[in-house]
Each structure stands twice: as structure tokens, then as C-alpha cells.
Design a protein around this ligand. Structure first.
Ligand SMILES: [Zn+2]
Length: 285
């Protein structure tokens, strides 16, 4: 089957099928198959190979028409997007039963460059954030929980919170959280900031006990959710951030908690207007 993104590659001295596949971000078998070669084929300098369009350049903002037997889960899988991401883009619940002929919007697999917003409306993380998550020197088994907080303030920036934690709370490592998600006041709406405690893999300072801070990644959403709920851009970014951390640190959805769920008596954080049930249930699909 011909695919749209095919390109031609001219073999250079020292190349092998493996090195060419690697350079182009595709598998050796995909490359061999597309060119009717065996995986062990020795390529010759000057030989022309077809590089199949890679899945990395997944559709950004295309449409999909539902076929017989499709489910939302199948479509998400086939299109390389997460189920909540696909459901979100179409204003559907993840349990929605699709009908033959229904048209679905396909969210881009990465932040759309056509968008001028700071936030990523599709809920995907900007690549700088994804790589900060992937590249941090995480020790296997180090993190057991992800804990969600609100700032309790209507606006906030990483710098402001960092100063507060250093000067008022006397924390030598500053910003007590590993990540902060902005609300459009101070930081971009849905903008994710990576704190030093994540980059340097330091204990958090966001929970009451030292033991908890050793094993819990802290995420703070800017806002006072006793008064107003989080913005939808914040929830989308939070969803993408939490999912990415769950994968990176091998944390299950049941170990993603709100601050209140950890310190039941001590706090109401992240506020009564944070959609705890829906948000946490969404992580399990
Ligand atoms: Zn809190």
C-alpha cells in the first residue's frame, strides 16, 4: 500500500539497512519490506531506497469516518492517539459508542504548529516538556505517587512560587512542586513548567511528611479551586502530564491522588471545584 509520506534515500558509503532505518526513525522490517528486500540485505552505495512515511508524522487535525466494527478505542489505537485525547477532541466521553459513518476529528499527535496559543488544546505536551520528562535521571521505582495541588491563588508563576517557598517557607530547594500548570494569569493557560526538583530528581516539599515527599511527584495547578474550577486547558495539560509521568515512572492510575486524598484531614487542596472523580476516572481508560 502506497503511503503519502514516502521519500527516496540514496545509499551512502558505510550505510546499512539498520543505520538507514534508524536515521529515518522507522523499523528495519518496515524499510526492508517497502523495498522488497530481506532484512539482511547488504545495500550498495548509490542504491535508491524508498523510505516509507513514518508514523511520527501522524495526521494533525484530519478526519476519520467510522467503519463497521470500529470502536473509539480501536480508532485511537490505529491513529496513534490516546483514547481520552480522541474523545476530548470530539467532545465525547471515552465510553462513547461510535456509529458507522460518524465523522471524528483526529487530534494531532503533537502540538499543532498552526496554533498560536501557549496551551496545547489537544492535550499533548510540547516536545520540550516531554523530553524533560523522558530525559530526567529517574531511578526505577523511585516515584510511587503523583499528587495534584492547586496554588490557592488566582494567579501564579514558577518564579513567584519559588521565591515564596524559599523565603517564607525556608525551603532551600525552592519551588516545592515538580511541575506547575498555569491558568493564564502569570503563566500561559495550560502552560506546563518543569521545576528544578524534577530536573534534579529531588524530593518534593508539597506534602506534610518527609516520607511522603520522597515518593510523591507534586504537580501544582495555578488557581483557587475553592472559588473557580480549573480551565479546560489546564485539565488537558494535566491529563497529558500525568499520563506521561505514569508511563515514565511506572505509576498506576490508582496512585494518582489529590492532596486531599493523601492528607485527608489536613487540607481541602485542590479545592471543591477541582473535578477529582472525573479527572481520576479518565486516567483509568
Ligand atoms: Zn496541596
Amino acid at each position: 500500500m502506497a503511503s503519502v509520506g514516502d521519500t527516496t534515500y540514496v545509499v551512502k558509503r558505510g550505510d546499512s539497512l539498520t543505520s538507514i532505518a534508524k536515521q529515518n526513525g522507522i523499523s528495519v522490517s518496515a524499510l526492508a519490506e517497502r523495498n522488497g528486500l530481506s532484512r539482511n540485505h547488504h545495500v550498495n552505495t548509490g542504491q535508491r531506497l524508498v523510505i516509507p512515511g513514518s508514523h511520527a508524522s501522524a495526521p494533525s487535525g484530519g478526519m476519520y469516518v467510522v467503519k463497521r466494527g470500529d470502536t473509539l478505542t480501536d480508532i485511537a489505537k490505529a491513529q496513534g492517539v490516546s483514547l481520552p485525547h480522541l474523545a476530548d477532541a470530539n467532545g465525547l466521553s471515552t465510553k462513547h459508542m461510535v456509529k458507522v459513518g460518524e465523522r471524528l476529528k483526529l487530534p494531532g499527535s503533537t502540538a499543532s504548529s498552526a496554533s498560536n496559543e501557549t496551551a496545547t488544546p489537544s492535550g499533548a505536551l510540547p516536545s520540550s516538556i516531554s523530553s524533560a520528562i523522558v530525559n530526567a535521571p529517574v531511578t526505577t521505582g523511585r516515584w510511587k505517587y503523583i499528587v495534584i495541588h492547586h496554588s490557592g491563588t488566582s494567579e501564579g508563576t514558577v518564579k513567584g512560587m519559588d521565591n515564596y517557598h524559599r523565603q517564607v517557607r525556608h525551603m532551600e530547594n525552592g519551588l516545592a512542586y515538580h511541575f506547575v500548570v498555569g491558568n493564564g494569569n502569570g503563566m500561559g493557560n495550560g502552560e506546563v513548567a518543569v521545576g528544578n526538583r524534577w530536573k534534579r530528581q529531588l524530593d518534593g516539599g508539597h506534602l506534610a511528611s518527609l516520607a511522603q515527599n520522597k515518593v510523591a511527584i507534586g504537580i501544582c495547578l495555578v488557581g483557587n479551586y475553592d472559588r473557580t474550577p480549573p480551565t479546560s486547558a489546564q485539565l488537558k495539560s494535566l491529563n497529558a502530564l500525568v499520563r506521561s509521568l505514569m508511563t515514565r515512572c511506572n505509576i498506576s492510575a490508582s496512585n494518582v491522588k489529590t492532596h486531599q486524598q493523601i492528607n485527608v484531614i489536613g487540607t481541602k487542596c485542590p479545592g471543591s471545584k477541582f473535578p477529582t472523580k472525573t479527572f481520576l476516572a479518565g486516567l483509568k481508560s
